[in-house]
Design a protein around this ligand. Sequence first.
Ligand code: MRU
Length: 355
Amino acid sequence: MAKPSEQTLQWIGDHHGHLSLIDQTLLPTEFTTIDCCDLNSVWESIKVLRVRGAPAIGIAAAYGVCVGLQSLDFETCSREAFFSRLNEVTAYLATSRPTAVNLFWALDRMSARAENLLRDDLSVNDIAIALLKEAIDIHDEDREMCHAIGRHGAELLRGGMGVITHCNAGGLATSEYGTALSLFFTAQDQGKHLRVFVDETRPLLQGARLTAWELLRRDIDTTLICDNMAAQVMREGKVQAVVTGADRIAANGDAANKIGTYGLAILAKHHNIPFYVAAPSNTFDLSLKTGEAIPIEVRADEEITNGFGRQTGPTDVTTYNPAFDVTPAELIAGIVTEKGIISPVNKESVMALLG
Ligand code: MRU
């Protein structure tokens, strides 16, 4: 991301404060932040992708808990009423989007912290203060993890390489440096010149609208392509690595990411190009043995037939709009985490690093 004041997510004020976030639905033409002062506006912002990307969704949910609790008077409400509201808030936020596990991870962490605080016999007001601190910690830890991912992953990239990425796994999807894009930003910091091909990423164009925007703001050599051009670009020998983010990774290394990622991994295999995933450890869901169990969000027909204000399909045509797909572990050359690189990718190597 560009200037420090332009944070994807920012908490404003004390525990009575609110969440401010960049409205990503308006980029790249409008740069606007919106204030989320009630639970519904946080839920809606996640649902309609004003804030999106697995780590950013998790951070927004953690802050969303703090926003949702503010319907209570912390000075007068009972601990029972506080915990009943906490359960209500976390259950509601959990319905916003199903695939990115970071959302559920963050909500679980906030609930677990609250349980611990309950045992400490604190006042409701002090618990609310401590929960905001927990959300800020989640935010800060994400920033650190992204930088560590960049440091590990940049080792995989040489100056002069062409790389492809899909969707947006940059500062907009995280607290700052991104996951996949952190590799490119770090490589650039190390003086390596990369040419980055960006899939536009139908239907919501996160690649075109967000990734290309972020890369240009950091003066990275950026080439935007339509999703269906990746095979041709690979055949022409223009890329030597693919790097994407992930929304949920199963215990065997199968990785869910934006729809189209699986196809890109198959293309990379065919052209003998390494396919890497970059994600923090809280994107792993070790409770799922394989990617088959990852819930895939299916979104509205209009995203295909009426995207961005123009009708591009016949009225009443049947559509199918899965927002994510799962890339099997055998197509992934390595998963770059903040703890190091998992390669080869299988359940043993995942457990060895994270288990
Ligand atoms: O639907 P989105 O825009 O939330 O999907 C995001 C992606 O698929 C990203 O590539 C992924 O979350 C990685 S974010 C660091």
